[in-house]
Design a protein around this ligand. Structure first.
Ligand SMILES: Cc1cc2nc3c(=O)[nH]c(=O)nc-3n(C[C@H](O)[C@H](O)[C@H](O)COP(=O)(O)OP(=O)(O)OC[C@H]3O[C@@H](n4cnc5c(N)ncnc54)[C@H](O)[C@@H]3O)c2cc1C
Length: 433
């Protein structure tokens, strides 16, 4: 089967750019042209209009995880028990929410500034469950979310069915004011298409390592050329070890998703002509589901820690899992209704916090988006541009202070520990796939 991202197929590609050949000199080099790298490129170009800025990507730009994700713009995370108001972790939750809200505002500003048409819906989304036991402490969660500035409402029974058009979900917290939905491939292509002329992009350019030269210059080596720059910003997310940064305490995950054909008029009427929506699970391995503005259903219900990419036959098995999830929600949909199935990589950390900051003189990096890199990546890109320019701000300080990804054991203990944890989480989420 073909690994084809439905969002990219609907969006199309920008004109191809050449790959890096020979030796190129720049003031700034950005490695990785996803949301984070492109956002960094825009901010650098704004801060330094005369500077030569180069950005490279090992494949087509704007077609990695940044185009393949579920399109949730995270302004408010579902609080854990420890983070509830009055508990020990609330102060940290407040700080993280301030960062996420700034990140979500950054997305709005980018969309407005560059006139990006990406089906942006500023109407919140749901933390919803099939098993009501998976949504605990509802009153405390509502109070916590409201205390940090969110709108939050509890829904169940008919009221929830009327919103979502399926009886699968038994209870939910709808959360708005910051949380939004967009079409990810359109958003990141918008960032790419709006790059100013001072930014040179090389595609299909695989950076294999960084080398320190004299006089503060750094050389990034590709297979057919190299870029020499004084400042390098590494925005590789799950692929950060490829730049030689191997101490980020983040690890890669591979996720898979499917997108159906649009629902017919009859099907749409049968589910109650509901507004487009997005549902996140309260469990890490529960399904993420959307009903899109063009009435398609997207489901992402696998996430795995892997050291090699899924093969086609493995992806086919993951698609069966998507079918199962679809039929639980909309029994009239089957495998024949799926138009696209794809995979994508994200970068995770044990604490849920990123690796972010100055790696060494002239080198800056981020990884560990933990599934909220649409908004956070947009903010991190700007903040890395500012940090590498010597600027400082309260939000930058706050991000740097929170950037503690946590300790990871060395391999093979990491592999064994991660595999066991994923199995446990899969059992805990089995009613929510
Ligand atoms: C299926 C899925 C669903 C998700 N859902 C959501 C969601 O709903 N909301 C949310 O906020 N986040 C979500 N995420 C996470 C989100 O997609 C990422 O956090 C975000 O895209 C990170 O952007 P980035 O620019 O940092 O990384 P990427 O988009 O991964 O960009 C990194 C780029 O580096 C390039 N690269 C790799 N190696 C090299 C090299 N050696 N040399 C040069 N270039 C290289 C890659 O080709 C890639 O384009 C999801 C992720 C997946 C996979």
């Amino acid at each position: 089967m073909t690994n084809e991202c439905g969002w990219i197929a609907q969006t199309g590609s920008s004109p191809a750019r050449s790959s890096l050949q020979g030796s190129v000199k720049a003031d700034w080099l950005i490695i990785g042209a996803g949301i984070t790298g492109l956002s960094a490129a825009h901010s650098l170009a704004q801060l330094h209009p005369q500077a030569r800025i180069v950005i490279v990507d090992r494949q087509r730009a704007a077609q990695g995880a940044s185009a393949r994700n579920s399109g949730f713009v995270v302004g408010h995370e579902h609080p854990t028990t420890d983070e509830l108001i009055g508990n020990h972790g609330f102060a940290g939750y407040e700080t993280d929410t301030a960062i996420s809200r700034a990140a979500s505002d950054e997305v709005r500003q980018r969309i407005a500034r560059h006139g990006i048409d990406c089906d942006f819906r500023d109407a919140g989304y749901f933390f919803a469950v099939n098993d009501p036991g998976k949504l605990t402490d509802v009153e405390a969660k509502l109070a916590t979310l409201r205390a940090v500035g969110a709108s939050a409402e509890f829904l169940q029974g008919e009221q929830l069915t009327e919103k979502l058009g399926t009886r699968h979900y038994q209870a939910a917290i709808w959360c708005g004011r910051g949380n939004a939905l967009l079409q990810p491939a359109k958003y990141v292509k918008g960032l790419l298409d709006a790059l100013p002329e001072s930014v040179t992009l090389f595609e299909n350019t695989d950076i294999t390592g960084l080398e320190r030269l004299g006089e503060g210059r750094i050389r990034a080596n590709g297979r057919a050329g190299s870029v020499e720059a004084r400042q390098v910003i590494v925005c590789l997310n799950a692929f950060i070890p490829r730049s030689g940064i191997d101490h980020s305490a983040t690890f890669p995950m591979e996720l898979s998703a499917s997108l159906t054909r649009p629902l017919s008029d009859e099907e749409f009427q049968a589910i109650g002509t509901v507004e487009p929506w997005g549902v996140l699970s309260t469990r890490p391995l529960g399904a993420t589901v959307r009903l899109t503005p063009d009435r398609r259903v997207m489901i992402r219900n696998t996430a795995e820690y892997r050291s090699r990419d899924l093969t086609d036959s493995e992806l086919l098995q993951r698609r069966q899992h998507h079918v199962l999830g679809l039929q639980r929600r909309f029994p009239f949909l089957g495998e024949q209704d799926i138009q696209y199935t794809w995979t994508g990589h994200l970068s995770a950390s044990r604490s849920g916090q990123p690796y972010f900051g100055k790696v060494e003189e002239g080198v800056f990096a981020v990884a560990g988006c933990n599934g909220s890199g649409v908004a956070r990546g947009t903010l991190w890109g700007r903040l890395l541009a500012e940090l590498s320019s010597g600027a400082s701000s309260p939000i930058l300080e706050s991000v740097m202070q929170r950037a503690q990804p946590g300790w990871l054991p060395p391999k093979p203990f990491l592999d064994i520990g991660a595999m066991l944890r994923m199995r446990l989480e899969a059992v805990r989420a089995r009613t929510e796939i």
